[in-house]
Design a protein around this ligand. Structure first.
Ligand SMILES: N[C@@H](CCC(=O)N[C@@H](CS)C(=O)NCC(=O)O)C(=O)O
Length: 100
């Protein structure tokens, strides 16, 4: 990575929340959740539990039993699934979580 790109990423990671999403392929709810994050220009880490099955246990543990995908975390706070993400957005609460 070039110097300015690295500076940009470091600055961005200080400003923006850390967003993590557990997904699997052929999951319309995952596509929908990622579309909203992308629309908001959010950089996120995606854990593909079908490609790395051991991550499924981590997901269930972190989401206190949530076994459907997606499971979304913002700054380690468990948001829930796709519907929960859109519900936050509808209540204008998502931006404040994304830009703490
Ligand atoms: N209300 C949930 C629905 C999520 C859901 O039903 N996901 C499906 C895949 S698209 C799922 O995980 N089904 C159970 C499974 O595949 O084990 C949400 O908004 O995230």
């Amino acid at each position: 990575m070039h110097g300015f790109q690295q500076d940009y990423q470091q600055l961005r990671s200080k400003i923006m929340a850390t967003v993590e999403i557990y997904t699997k392929a052929y999951c319309p709810y995952c596509v929908r959740a990622k579309a909203l994050l992308e629309q908001k220009n959010v950089t996120f880490t995606e854990y593909k539990i079908d490609q790395e099955p051991q991550l499924r246990d981590v997901m269930i543990e972190r989401s206190k039993g949530g076994f459907t995908v997606p499971q979304i975390f913002i700054d380690d706070h468990h948001v829930g699934g796709c519907d929960d993400l859109y519900a936050l957005h509808a209540r204008n609460k998502l931006d404040e979580l994304l830009n703490p």
